[in-house]
Design a protein around this ligand. Structure first.
Ligand SMILES: [Fe+2]
Ligand SMILES: [Fe+2]
Length: 322
């Protein structure tokens, strides 16, 4: 049993690729968020204006955000082609069983953050924000907004599941990317739509391509399998090994579940129970700290270490079995 996993060159290469694609994925979601906010604003302005009001839909600025969005989508196309092909029901059942049955490493949460940070060379000009910087920026943004300690900590750890890179993961399609429900119809809200699953055998299984698929109506998202990755992995660790409240656990489990939580989406409502409405609120409250904090000034890691170690102690009383 390894205490902490060894970082080989192979893992480093994988991690770098993962980091790049993960940043590109965030960019798509950030631009989509900006687009939605703009559309919302324009709608409210239009409601107030009369029919003669100046058209805003074709302003230069809109075009530029739209173009940026299109370009960002182009960059992640190959990634999603692979993710949508390989995230089958069979894979999802198998990987969950594997993870339940093995302990891959033992270490504390801060140690894990530092380890994740070593995966990608900080001096690399191609990579934007080192993992620990993103973690601390998100946490500090929540702290400045007066969010509760458990939420600050949730922000700090939300991407720790990327440690999967050490445990034999490919690092891309099985670790990062927007997530979706496996075992039922692919919804339109998934990036590139249902058509993008044409290489996935589940796409041709009629039983899986109904609204409910393998699930029962209003069975609750807790009982639904979401495509496996860093969210799901960390969620299961925190669920059994932390004192985080359920809102924190939801934020972790669903933070990449954009087809469901993106503003305006109505996907998967037929699978939800009442409590999932609370989960949705929690994830939407968390999302800006993930997406918007990357442009904040880089935090002083050494200065903040003590404060966050205090929070870790409170919510993770024991060393973690990863
Ligand atoms: Fe994430
Ligand atoms: Fe993140």
């Amino acid at each position: 049993m390894v205490h902490a996993p060894e970082i080989t060159d192979y893992i480093k290469t994988r991690a770098k690729a993962m980091d790049e694609v993960s940043d590109q994925i965030d960019e798509v979601n950030l631009l989509k968020l900006k687009q939605n906010a703009k559309a919302q604003l324009e709608k409210s302005q239009q409601d107030d204006n009369d029919f003669e009001g100046e058209s805003k839909f074709d302003s230069e600025k809109d075009k530029s955000v739209f173009r940026q969005y299109e370009n960002a989508c182009d960059r992640v196309k190959n990634f999603y082609a692979e993710q949508h092909t390989k995230q089958t029901l069979e894979y999802n059942l198998r990987i969950r069983k594997e993870f339940r049955e093995t302990v891959r490493a033992r270490m504390g949460v801060w140690e894990a953050l530092e380890l994740l940070n070593t995966l990608v060379d900080e001096s690399d000009p191609d990579t934007s924000v080192p993992q620990i910087v993103h973690a601390l920026q998100a946490a500090e943004a929540a702290r400045k907004d007066g969010k509760p300690e458990w939420m600050q900590l949730t922000c700090l750890i939300h991407d720790l599941g990327k440690l999967l890179c050490f445990f034999g993961a490919d690092g891309q399609w099985d670790v990062v990317g927007d997530t979706f429900v496996v075992g039922c119809k692919y919804v339109d809200e998934i990036i590139y739509g249902p058509e993008s699953f044409k290489e996935n055998p589940d796409y041709y299984n009629e039983k899986l391509q109904t609204d409910l698929g393998i699930y029962e109506e209003h069975c609750g998202l807790e009982n639904v399998m979401i495509s496996f990755g860093h969210d799901e992995y960390l969620y299961h660790i925190c669920k059994t090994q932390s004192n985080l409240p359920k809102e924190g656990l939801w934020m972790i489990r669903y933070h990449s579940f954009y087809p469901w939580h993106r503003a305006g989406s109505n996907a998967y409502r037929h699978l939800m129970v009442e409590e999932d409405e609370q989960a949705l609120k929690a994830v939407r409250a968390f999302n800006p700290y993930d997406l918007y904090s990357k442009s904040d000034a880089p935090p002083d890691v050494d200065e903040l270490k003590e404060y966050y170690q205090g929070l870790i102690k409170k919510y993770f009383p024991k060393e973690i079995e990863w």
